[in-house]
Design a protein around this ligand. Structure first.
Ligand SMILES: Cc1cc2nc3c(=O)[nH]c(=O)nc-3n(C[C@H](O)[C@H](O)[C@H](O)COP(=O)(O)OP(=O)(O)OC[C@H]3O[C@@H](n4cnc5c(N)ncnc54)[C@H](O)[C@@H]3O)c2cc1C
Length: 547
């Protein structure tokens, strides 16, 4: 549809200041902020007008960065809430994160952002209880010292307990292998060749499934932040795991959360955008982008052309807005559709089911902060991981009162639909309660369930190679399919996308990047980390590698 007709069909007159003012839940967006003029982006002071498409953490961070740099910013979000896969909900006076629940401390990018937003004092560490791995045969604590299941000390007591003496000795020989052994294949092949089948099956596979929602056979070593470099430096996976563990310990721990849940980050970002005058349009899916001129200008269309994958149908009226540049902070499939790029491999889905149960037997945290499920337990346990939320984050337990617990189970992975698909709430609750009982080793009664929350999310696509997708002039892409899974990757990635827009080079006046560079980044990144999944159990300081 031509832009002028779209505009005529119900133009955004850019005059919605103050609409839908910030309510009790700032992520519940409505439309707010002072919109830049509806069409025509030139500003007397020369400021750029930039549209940000997608109001997840990537879009919110990018919008803030752009506004701080002096741009006029308009943010479009298809859903009625901002935050995307970061979302807190209230269950009986307690807050639960039904999407991302923690962040990796590596790099310090998330902590820096939180400090800038005044949330530095709200950062909390998980309880140092460690997590477990549950297989068909046993439930054992995950070795405390390790990375993505690779033991940093294969002969330690906890590693021998999981691997048996034979498996532990096999893994302990790894540093003596030639540096080249096992290289060139998938993460699963590398681990099997260097550390043996037991390390792969009993540790690495369950942890990778839990953290990346992908089988290690589908990932390369570069999917694990820092591991490839450490392996190159040390020539041994065991030594690399030790190096990464030591660096996390020095940083104060592998992961952290927020006292009131990660939704507080969304709320703070939304409040900041409001303060900075960013115009936020919730329930407004962008349906198409049209290149306006060779200089990088774009027309952003919203309205009836919305496709099924963009979520809610969005604003009833169609609108067109001319902007100087666009940040696409949407899932890869949506970005590809908007840019007329070849489609990506189908994205997987995961579902999180949170149970509030009352059972004092859980006070002793039988599986620490939670457990990962080994594949051989699949016939008995459909969930791939469980987080004992109230054991992991003691402040939440205090809000609930003694004997009440929140258990968060996750289902599904790339290439395998959640077992909860097609189940109604009652059936889902029954399945989750059965799985929780088996994982925790405590028979939970249906009468103990006080509340249930469930939410499905997209996960990343499979590693089937997608065609490279260049960033056209005037467009920058952000999100975990661009910069890597998890908040520690997407926060700096979103800031970088904003910089690509705001700090042009002479060769590319808007994006500052050539299409070829963008294409190679996108292509090389795909094999490394295109995953977006729940992060089940993060022991304090050591243990599971965080995203
Ligand atoms: C269950 C789960 C648990 C997780 N746990 C953790 C964790 O503990 N720690 C961690 O670091 N990471 C975790 N992650 C990953 C983390 O949540 C993501 O990496 C991060 O939130 C991605 O943010 P994003 O803004 O790039 O994408 P998203 O959050 O997906 O945001 C994209 C936004 O674009 C919007 N959109 C889509 N189409 C359109 C359109 N046409 N127009 C306008 N808007 C559109 C969507 O509605 C959405 O709001 C988890 C993910 C899931 C699903």
């Amino acid at each position: 549809m031509p832009a002028d007709r779209v505009a005529a069909a119900g133009a955004d007159d850019g005059n919605r200041d103050g609409e839908g003012s910030v309510g009790a839940d700032p992520s519940d967006a409505g439309s707010r902020g002072s919109a830049p003029s509806g069409t025509g982006s030139a500003d007397p002071a020369g400021a750029r007008t930039v549209a940000v498409v997608g109001g997840g953490i990537s879009g919110l961070v990018a919008a803030r960065e752009l506004a701080l740099a002096g741009a006029h910013v308009l943010l479009f979000e298809a859903d009625d809430r901002l935050g995307g896969r970061v979302r807190s909900e209230t269950v009986a006076d307690a807050t639960i994160d039904i999407g991302a629940e923690a962040f990796a401390t590596r790099g310090g990018g998330v902590a820096d952002l939180l400090a800038e937003l005044g949330l530095g004092a709200e950062i909390v560490n998980p309880a140092p209880l460690g997590s477990w791995v549950v297989s068909a045969a046993r439930a054992v604590p995950l070795p405390a010292a390790g990375t993505i299941g690779i033991p940093a000390a294969p002969l330690s007591r906890d590693a021998v307990r999981v691997l048996g003496l034979v498996g532990a000795l096999r893994a302990a020989l790894e540093p003596a292998l030639p540096r080249s052994a096992g290289r060139g294949g998938s993460l699963a092949e590398l681990v099997r060749a260097r550390l043996g089948a037991r390390v792969l099956e009993r540790l690495v596979r369950p942890v990778v499934l839990g953290v990346h929602s992908s089988d290690p056979a589908e990932l390369s070593i570069s999917a694990v932040p820092g591991l490839a470099d450490a392996f190159d430096r040390r020539g041994s996976l065991v030594a690399a795991a030790r190096e990464l563990r030591d660096s996390r310990t020095a940083a104060g721990g592998a992961v952290a959360g927020l006292r009131a849940g990660m939704g507080a980050l969304v709320a703070a970002l939304v409040a900041e955008l409001d303060r900075l005058g960013v115009a936020v349009r919730a329930e407004t899916a962008v349906s198409a982008l049209r290149s306006r001129d060779a200089g990088g200008g774009w027309t952003v269309l919203t309205g009836p052309e919305t496709g099924p994958e963009t979520g809610p149908a969005g604003a009833a009226e169609a609108t067109a807005l001319d902007v100087d540049a666009v940040i696409l902070a949407v899932p890869e499939s949506v970005a590809r559709r908007l840019l007329d790029a070849p489609p990506s491999a189908p994205e997987g889905r995961v579902e999180v089911v949170a149970l509030l149960v009352e059972d004092p037997r859980l006070n002793r945290a039988p599986r620490g902060t939670g457990a990962l499920v080994a594949e051989d337990a699949g016939s008995r346990i459909a969930a791939k991981a469980l987080t004992h939320v109230t054991a992991k984050w003691p402040a939440r337990a205090a809000a609930l009162g003694a004997g009440r617990h929140i258990l968060r189970l996750s289902y599904g992975r790339v290439g395998s639909a959640p077992a909860t698909d097609g189940l109604n709430d009652e059936e889902t609750t029954r399945l989750a309660l059965r799985d929780a009982s088996r994982i925790l080793g405590v028979e939970l009664e249906p009468g103990a369930v006080r509340a249930v929350r469930r939410r499905a999310w997209i996960a990343g696509s499979s590693t089937v190679a997608a065609a490279p997708m260049p960033e056209p002039r005037g467009i920058a892409c952000a999100g975990d399919w661009v910069s890597g899974t998890g908040l520690a990757s997407v926060v700096p990635g979103a800031r970088a996308a904003a910089r690509r827009i705001m700090e042009p080079t002479r060769s590319d006046p808007v994006s500052g990047r050539s299409a070829a560079v963008a294409a190679s980044r996108t292509a090389s990144h795909r094999s490394a980390s295109s995953r977006t999944e729940p992060h089940p159990t993060e022991p304090h300081r050591e243990g599971v590698q965080e995203r």
